[in-house]
Design a protein around this ligand. Structure first.
Ligand SMILES: NC(=O)c1ccc[n+]([C@@H]2O[C@H](COP(=O)([O-])OP(=O)(O)OC[C@H]3O[C@@H](n4cnc5c(N)ncnc54)[C@H](O)[C@@H]3O)[C@@H](O)[C@H]2O)c1
Length: 272
């Protein structure tokens, strides 16, 4: 199997290192708008080939790729997801927050269906998606996500500044946002991939409720999900360790990409 990884940051680097060790993976193309980020992977890993980030260069290798992994940014997803789906290539995306844009999501879903390729979204930084997925085969009354983060990953959010919330001056855990997933993904675009994943699996962006808590002493990104429906009630808490250089991204998100690749490669799927 041959992969293209777009984005060599926290997730892309972890994934490239893991798939480099997998015997089923023959070749790993990587690209990044910053060649410096990609350069160290080319030096360290065995199967990695750097490709220039231009459409022309990427079009040239389309016939040699079985799966593209987008691990870059929402802006990159907006360009590259339809770009590769249109060419009939399977694509796994990490910047799932971009699918909150209804027109973009419809375009991507239509392309995957009409071109006969797969659009895959790993569970990312949250657990309990298996239960939510099962519950969604019936009716769901409520999905609530309570995300707790430290000030580091919230201090640049204009919405909070406009409301006079200085996350560095909070003395105790404080609710800084409560609303729909639709509102949350536009206000906290880098933080809200989890809200998008849950919305897509469950009751949609309008009905999924989001509460964001800033914990001044919080070092971890915690996601608690509560789902209620005729099946009963489910809750799941994920206490995530962030990447040291990138507090917005949890290590589990990168592991979910690695696990998804293992699942794609294997013929036996447990707990789907
Ligand atoms: N699904 C989830 O639960 C989840 C969890 C964490 C992060 N994410 C998302 O995954 C994506 C990657 O996260 P990360 O922490 O690895 O980010 P990162 O900032 O550590 O790395 C992103 C890399 O992508 C590159 N890049 C950005 N735009 C690009 C473009 N247009 N073309 C090529 N390269 C580009 C950057 O130069 C950088 O090296 C982000 O969008 C993030 O929001 C999703």
């Amino acid at each position: 199997m041959r992969l293209l990884i777009i984005g060599c940051g926290s997730i892309g680097t972890t994934l490239a290192k893991a798939v480099d060790e997998m015997p089923e993976i023959d070749r790993i193309y990587i690209t990044d708008k910053s060649k410096v980020c990609a350069g160290h992977l080319v030096e360290k890993l065995h199967k990695v080939i750097y490709v220039d980030n231009s459409d022309e260069s990427l079009s040239r290798i389309v016939g040699e790729i079985d799966l593209v992994v987008e691990a870059a940014s929402q802006e990159a997803a907006k360009h590259f997801v339809p770009f590769f789906l249109d060419k009939g290539v399977d694509l796994m995306m990490m910047s799932v927050g971009s699918l909150a844009d209804d027109d973009f999501r419809k375009r991507c879903f239509d392309l995957a269906r009409s071109r006969g390729c797969r659009l895959l979204v790993p569970s990312g930084a949250v657990t309990g998606t298996d239960g939510l997925h099962s519950a969604s085969a019936g009716a769901i009354d409520e999905v609530l996500l309570i995300t707790t983060k430290g000030p580091k990953s919230l201090r640049t959010i204009p919405f909070l500044k406009e409301r006079g919330i200085d996350v560095d001056r909070l003395e105790e855990p404080t609710v800084v946002f409560e609303g729909s997933a639709r509102e949350a993904v536009s206000i906290f675009p880098r933080n809200m991939n989890v809200a998008a994943t849950l919305s897509l699996l469950g009751v949609g962006f309008e009905k999924t409720r989001i509460r964001i808590v800033c914990d001044p002493k919080g070092e971890r990104n915690t996601h608690r999900i509560i789902v209620r429906g005729p099946f009963g009630e489910m809750s799941s808490t994920t206490n995530n360790v962030p990447f040291p250089k990138n507090p917005s991204t949890s290590y589990l998100a990168a592991l979910s990409a690695v696990a998804a690749i293992r699942r794609i490669i294997d013929n036996v799927w447990i707990g789907i």
